[in-house]
Write a protein that binds this ligand. Sequence first.
Ligand code: ADP
Ligand code: MG
Length: 682
Amino acid sequence: MKNVLRQPVGDIKGIGEETSTLLGEMNIYTIGDLIEYLPYRYEDYQLRDLAEVKHEERVTVEGQIHTAPLLSYFGRKKSRLTFRVLIGRYLINAICFNQPYLKNKISLHETVTITGKWDQHRQTITVNELHVGPQIRQQSIEPVYSIKGDISVKGMRRFITIALNQYGDQICENLPLSLLQKYKLLSKQEALRIMHFPANHQELKQARRRFVYEEFLLFQLKMQALRKFERESSAGIEHRFDASKLQQFIDHLPFPLTKAQERVRDEIIQDLQSPYRMNRLLQGDVGSGKTVVAAIALYAAFLADSQGALMVPTEILAEQHAHSLKGLFSNTDVCVELLTSSVKGKKRKEILARLESGQVHILVGTHALIQDEVVFKKLGLVITDEQHRFGVAQRKVLREKGENPDVLFMTATPIPRTLAITVFGEMDVSIIDELPAGRKSIETYWAKHNMLDRIINFIEKELSKGRQAYVICPLIEESEKLDVQNAIDVHSMLSLHFQGKWNIGLMHGRLSSDEKESVMKSFSDNEVQLLVSTTVVEVGVNVPNATIMVIYDAERFGLSQLHQLRGRVGRGSEQSYCILLADPKSEVGKERMRIMTETNDGFVLSEKDLELRGPGDFFGRKQSGMPEFKVADMVHDYRALEVAREDASKLINSTVFWEHPEYGYLRSYINQSGIISGEKLD
Ligand code: ADP
Ligand code: MG
């Protein structure tokens, strides 16, 4: 039988050519498309108790006119009609703007139904809709569709009603019965009807729940299938080594590993030993001890006769990492070398030659590592730090320098679990969620801009003790030029203030990389005591003597970014401080400043950040690759996301999934996305 849902939408009575074209522009081509075109929100006309309505929420209430309506004019043609309404035991104010004719429609003691925005402080509703008499709507929750051109929301409702009545029984189930039963999910048919015409909130919630699960499951199936086929089609290196030798190395570290480090170490070692290629993301807050874990992995690779590479985004970081790795490997036969663009001439030639012959075991560097001249003898493990800073292409080039080396991406930007399992759904994720014992937490304060004098005194006090300070300048969105100007202004202000006492450095994005290096060097050598900077100091810089950071206009930054910045202090043994200068206007802005002062936990902050800003903003606009869901919301439905992920993983790895007819739709869904045929998934 031909599937009627695939017939063009023009087959529906009342939809002519013009409307068809408009619907086409909304990606609605078939009757099925129309039925699956879900409302993006609902207008709620259910009567509610004002005690439960939040400030600024939209509400519909029914009550009696308690005072005669008062009409006043202001401006040219503007008018305001005010009256009081008695709703149960509440007496509230109602205001109607620019609807003077309503005055004659209503009279004292009459019952009216009004819909509008509730101002809790003023006990006032700003009326959008007024209807004389009690609530009469049959459907008190009305769907609102996003629309185009001449199509109206009412029109959409009509088309969909016709489509559902005529063809609704043709809607096929796409989820297997076993899962529907397991989670007590509504059938697709029923859920679609409810999404378009909900009778009440409970029912709508159930329908939504079904689509949330469906969307997440389909998405996760795609990701997991990709992961499975990537793994199985790219044979990796089966690193074999003497586990007792690795244990010896770990035993000789200057400190015992934290529980989290041990867990992550095991996950990585297992990947190294497996015949599949490792593709793992290692997340850990600033100072959680990722470097040691990286060193253990590199040592395991070394024991298995493989070379390792550690790629970082800046020369300063490369130097720091090379230095710490040399320290950690000082009692072993491991040879670590540093390769950056500053390593030149004879020295460079010599390192490259020893790398090619296999005498250099671990190469640390910037993207200098991915140049053609860099040839490894046998590259088995690639680690990148702060992977956000490298493009996909750069990571790929590095990986191709060996034959399917294992790859570990390290990042100190704690990505909320919810996002990690969606955006990095095809990677394995390891998390170090524990700091080594005995860390001093950074004391964070929120101050208003008018307290700047006191803050400068505080900086002065710290500097007098021999400490150093960062001052992070106001951030002007989308204008690097203004950013720089701001930094220059703050720099000259502070230079003047501290004249003859301390040296003030200036760092911003317009400096050449040589200039940046030299500024950073003078700060880390304590030739400069106070560094004024734009956000370029964000990543990885380690100056343990710096104990104070002041951040201008802190409300403009995301919580995660503030946390990254704050991580530049608190790296030594002294108590460190972070001062957030901010005059946030909104409640959310104030809430964010409060959260910063209350927690030092990057994961808590990133979850909060996601909650307050939403997933789209989390990575900044430039970052694409965020999946779009019609109904589901990654933040609020994250439990469903985790459940769907587990289910998808079980299905993909079971035989019954690939054979049983019950899973036919899901299989064809995966096939359509081109994963199995080897095409890349975007
Ligand atoms: P990250 O790279 O995650 O920011 P690092 O690896 O640089 O953190 O570690 C920060 C500091 O903590 C280093 O000085 C390191 O030697 C130390 N460290 C790491 N692991 C431990 C541990 N288990 N116990 C005590 N100190 C540790
Ligand atoms: Mg680090």
